[in-house]
Write a protein that binds this ligand. Structure first.
Ligand code: MTE
Ligand code: MO
Length: 200
């Protein structure tokens, strides 16, 4: 497989992209809430996050505005581990991720359960800087970078698709860079909502 998704241009730089004000969240004040359609909703502190099993990985980062930054090294906790602890109800198929400052983005539960989806607190060996979403951001390397919500605050599991900030503005409901899912052209096809009928 090609390394660079179609229509992307590699940059040596690593631009900072934030819509609106940059929220300031002290590590001591940071909380992650895992809730919605789960059996065991819980909140996590920064200290608790650091005490969990840690993963380090290096991944390329693809922004829908066409820049790709290769080989970014992150450290954090697998979102999968946290979701397993919360125990999603059978009808949970999607998530709305909420950030401090009001930003949101939607994801399929199956996309959040990938092994390389992290709650990242470290970037290139240093604490995640505030402008990068510190103290903690989401990293979803297999989708466009707008899914990697900075200053993440909550993961809310849902039995339906609820669009996030950019998705409501016309960006693609899923955002796979390999399929160039940049903008939502036309209505979201019913086939994409297959996850609605996953109910058991
Ligand atoms: N909370 C929040 N998260 C966000 C954004 C934002 O504006 N607010 N921008 C997104 C977009 S469009 C991109 S490309 C990446 C950029 O991450 P970076 O600033 O670390 O490069 O963050 C994503 N996460
Ligand atoms: Mo972006």
């Amino acid at each position: 497989m090609e390394r660079i998704p179609p229509g992307q241009i590699v940059t040596e730089r690593f631009p900072i992209l934030t819509y609106g004000e940059e929220p300031r969240v002290a590590p001591e004040a940071w909380r992650l809430e895992v809730g919605g359609l789960v059996e065991e909703p819980f909140a996590l502190t920064y200290a608790e996050l650091l005490a969990l099993p840690q993963v380090e990985l290096t991944r390329d980062f693809h922004c829908v505005t066409r820049w790709s930054r290769l080989d970014v090294t992150w450290r954090g906790v697998r979102v999968k581990d946290l979701l397993e602890r919360a125990r999603p109800k059978p009808e949970a198929v999607a998530a709305l991720v909420h950030a401090y400052g009001g930003y949101t983005t939607n994801l399929l539960l199956e996309d959040l359960l990938r092994e390389d989806v992290l709650l990242a607190h470290t970037l290139f060996g240093k604490p995640l800087p505030p402008e990068r979403g510190g103290p903690v951001r989401l990293l979803v390397p297999h989708l466009y970078a707008w899914k990697s919500a900075k200053w993440v605050r909550a993961i809310e599991l849902l039995d339906h698709l609820e669009l996030g900030f950019w998705e409501r503005m016309g960006y693609h409901w899923r955002g796979d860079p390999w399929r160039e899912e940049r903008f939502q052209e036309g209505p979201i096809p019913a086939a994409s909502l297959r996850f609605r009928s996953k109910k058991t």
